[in-house]
Design a binder for this molecule. Sequence first.
Ligand code: KMH
Ligand code: ZN
Length: 269
Amino acid sequence: MEPLIITVAAVGAELSPEEQPNLPITPDELARDAAACREAGACIYHLHVRDSAGTPTMDVDVFRTARDAIVEATDLIVQFTTGGAVSDAPEDRIAPLELQPEMASLTTGTVNFGDEVFFNPLPLVREFHQRMVDMGVVPEFEIFEPGMIATAERVYEEHGSSHHKHFDFVLGVPGAMPAWPDAVEWLSSKLSDGATWSATGIGRHNFPVAATSVAVGGHVRTGFEDVRYIEPGKLVRSNRELVERVVAIGRDGGREIATPAQAREVLGL
Ligand code: KMH
Ligand code: ZN
């Protein structure tokens, strides 16, 4: 099996600093958080950013400063979100791609997201994917529902793409596909040859999904964006704490932990 690539979704757009006081927000905090995650075994830093008040933003300058701080402090692969927050306008979500991150997330369909709707109609998916292709940014297809796999393949074909195909199964968002025990293996069986994938379970599903993913040859995502409590009633203290748990799960499952250099090779970066 490939060495285990661990992605840390370190910030997200859902938790406020009041709900998670350890959320990294300033460039310094992001750089320190990223360095700690790298030391623990992470390869990819999935990046959302906040303004100085801690509110999610898609401001290009905030992304630039954050990315530069992380790249200065580590050799992590920085993966920009294009999902943003459910309230963000498409033109704001796509704007930071002008900075040509190594990777960016791309959700390939509309999905219920708690009481809200995460809006990704096909024309938006096409536009975002074409922009990534034009900018040389490798997408990570975010799969909240099975049909999103087919849509990712569809836009890949339509655009005559040649980039590596990498997917991330996001399981357990209220309103979307649950973290059913057989979901990870079933979804991965639907991918085309040569594609790679990771999986993340939201909340209490994070470590069980990680264990399944490790066992069947996938990769793993964790981080504050996905996990609020490390155990019932006990807030996660740091992204590093989550990465350490996933590293332990990976080693228990007999997987070597990938370095960012190994991950770049696997992902064709
Ligand atoms: N914040 C969610 C609405 C992504 O980063 O690409 C979407 C999200 C996915 O976080
Ligand atoms: Zn995200």
